[in-house]
Design a protein around this ligand. Structure first.
Ligand SMILES: [Zn+2]
Length: 347
């Protein structure tokens, strides 16, 4: 299926810097720049009685802080920030949350999985550290030169999230939040991050999808070094299956791209996209291959070191997925390098 399925975008352009755009009653869209190839993130400001609730914070940079100052000038001090909900631990979502929480004396609400993952990566705890990641990728055939380049990158997580909250209010799958007199249900998802929280308001027919469903790009799905045999792609697809049960006219508010209608066709397209990637990998695996050798099958463009890190995670996620489906088997040679080969009918 073509990824460019027909989605409906009610707003053709995002709000300008420092301004908001109301996309549903009491729900205001905030756009922040990001210094990456993915050059923006969407954040949401929700009217919440005598105050406001923020969904995600943006990257932990002075620029993000400055722009929040411009945005909040229209609300403060009459409508103070009452709480900050964080969908997941990636720096573009949580990066500024601790600073905003401190300045506005507002609690942070998030899931335990994301809170712990954030601190584990920040502190470089065993399994979440760069060395474990470099060894994980080396075992999947990534060259020593690229692995060393990853090691030399240092802790990029801390750059994007210079401070983290020390306490939080815990969200669970199925938690109900009252925001401005309306109920919002937490729907946890996996495969992109450990315990990603999307928020759904039945009354408004609005899903704040975070990074779980994006209109144009496919969400990065990975296998983390701490749990190297996980089937991250199955976790992600199972999570999408849960979201696909929401009503067809749901307005989806994604963290990247434009708000859209068309949740089910988008989820179907994403499923087809990953099926295609698996099929392309299988076709290339008549002889044992490493994840690193298979990168060009999934990514035709040249990758820098940073992109290689995500690409390896994505490749291993797809390989683990076809392994869990018994479509390939693992070949562990005496060199310690993991290779995969397509299962034949005879085996
Ligand atoms: Zn993310």
């Amino acid at each position: 299926m073509d990824l460019a399925v027909t989605l409906r975008y009610p707003h053709e352009t995002p709000p300008l810097r420092g301004t908001t755009l109301e996309v549903a009653p009491g729900i205001h869209w905030v756009r922040m720049p990001l210094p990456f190839a993915l050059d923006h993130i969407n954040l949401w400001l929700l009217e919440d009685g005598d105050g406001i609730t923020l969904i995600d914070s943006g990257l932990g940079s002075q620029l993000t802080h400055d722009i929040w100052g411009e945005v909040l000038a229209a609300w403060l001090p009459q409508r103070p920030v009452k709480r900050i909900v964080v969908t997941h631990f990636h720096p573009d979502h949580i990066g500024l949350a601790a600073r905003l929480a401190e300045e506005h004396r507002a609690p942070i609400w998030m899931t335990l999985g994301e809170f712990v993952a954030a601190h584990a990566m920040w502190q470089q705890l065993p399994g979440f550290d760069i060395e474990t990641m470099a060894r994980h990728f080396a075992a999947h055939g990534l060259s020593a030169a690229v692995c060393d380049a990853l090691r030399n990158y240092g802790n990029r997580y801390r750059k994007g999230a210079p401070a983290l909250p020390r306490t939080f209010r815990r969200l669970f799958d199925g938690s109900r939040l009252d925001i401005g007199g309306r109920g919002w249900r937490v729907i946890c998802g996996h495969g992109h991050s450990p315990e990603h929280a999307s928020l759904y308001c039945e009354e408004l027919g609005v899903l704040i999808s975070g990074d779980m469903v994006l209109p144009r790009i496919s969400t990065n799905v990975g296998v983390h070094a701490v749990a190297p045999d996980d089937d991250g792609l199955a976790e992600f697809l199972d999570s999408l299956a849960v979201l696909s049960h929401l009503p067809g006219d749901t307005l989806v508010l994604p963290s990247h791209g434009l708000p859209f209608h068309g949740l089910q066709p988008r989820i179907a397209a994403l499923g087809a996209h990953h099926d295609d990637r698996c099929a392309e990998l299988l076709a290339a695996m008549d002889a044992p291959k490493t994840a690193a050798e298979l990168l060009p099958v999934l990514f035709s463009r040249p990758l820098d070191t940073f992109q290689t890190m995500f690409a390896m995670g994505e490749a291993i996620a797809h390989l683990n997925h076809v392994l869990h489906r018994n479509q390939v088997r693992k070949v562990e040679a005496s060199d310690g390098i993991i290779r995969f080969v397509r299962q034949t009918e005879k085996e």
